[in-house]
Design a protein around this ligand. Structure first.
Ligand SMILES: Nc1ncnc2c1ncn2[C@@H]1O[C@H](COP(=O)(O)OP(=O)(O)OP(=O)(O)O)[C@@H](O)[C@H]1O
Ligand SMILES: [Mg+2]
Length: 239
């Protein structure tokens, strides 16, 4: 199904103030790659899009990538208000610095930014149940924000189990709208070619999307030149 640019713009505006929450089966799954691709794709279409990485640990690399993808729509501190040095779960990294952040604080920040944008992308930290703050994880954020979740996973052996576990942890009404992105790894393995089909036996195939390996050093612009990539991103944004 091909959806034209105008239809994309119209539908994005119909779903005004939507929030898409990008989580994963694991750290390093490809969440930032997807978030920055979506951000640049939509800014390129003049859609008012925000992208946030509320909590970063182990430096602010993700937030800096998002900042670049948004081309000045938000400041680095708006994208990422909470950041900690240690490269461990944010809740522990914060503890080391005698800091903590609550669910209410993060919600307040996201909702304030969201007001100014048609669509807000939020990148979680780690996976769905990774502890983020004192009293919450990504699942709690998704539910409180009524966000549409996207689960990103490396397309390799074992991912079907990881994905089914992640879906199991979502309430039914969220499972009914969640989308899955299988990221092709640099070195595909024996399962890379068959995972999508196997997963399709348990989950609606139209909500299982794949993205290619873009190379070791790729630019968003080069990735967005591929028509298949743009089609996948449109499917992720719509409905
Ligand atoms: N499709 C892809 N093509 C090329 N490189 C990729 C692709 N997917 C992921 N990578 C690379 O793999 C690494 C991990 O991806 P990414 O940073 O997006 O993961 P993440 O889920 O955001 O991790 P974190 O939990 O640290 O936020 C990065 O170096 C990224 O550039
Ligand atoms: Mg990331």
């Amino acid at each position: 199904l091909f959806v034209g640019v105008n239809a994309l713009v119209a539908i994005t505006y119909l779903h005004l103030k939507r929030i898409i929450y990008i989580t994963g089966t694991d750290t390093g799954a490809g969440k930032t790659v997807l978030t920055t691709l979506l951000a640049r794709f939509l800014t390129g279409k003049k859609i008012r899009v925000a992208a946030l990485k509320p909590l970063c640990s182990g430096g602010r690399a993700d937030a800096k990538q998002i900042h670049a993808a948004l081309r000045g729509a938000l400041t680095l501190d708006e994208i990422n208000p909470w950041h900690y040095r240690a490269a461990i779960a944010p809740v522990l990294a914060a503890r080391l610095e005698k800091k903590s952040v609550t669910l209410a604080q993060v919600l307040t920040h996201i909702r304030a930014r969201q007001k100014e944008f048609a669509l807000t992308l939020v990148e979680g930290a780690g996976g769905l149940l990774s502890p983020i703050g004192r009293d919450f994880d990504s699942r709690a954020l998704i539910l409180a924000l009524r966000a549409a979740p996207i689960v990103v996973a490396q397309n390799k052996l074992g991912v079907v189990n990881h994905l089914l576990l992640t879906l199991e942890a979502l309430p039914k009404n969220y499972r009914a709208k969640v989308k899955i992105v299988l990221m092709t790894p640099a070195k595909p393995d024996s399962a890379t070619r068959t995972n999508a089909q196997l997963l399709g036996e348990y989950f609606p195939p139209e909500r299982i999307l794949t993205l290619p390996w873009f190379g070791k050093k790729f630019t968003l612009l080069a990735a967005l030149k591929k028509a298949g990539v743009r089609r996948t991103l449109q499917k992720l944004i719509l409905g």
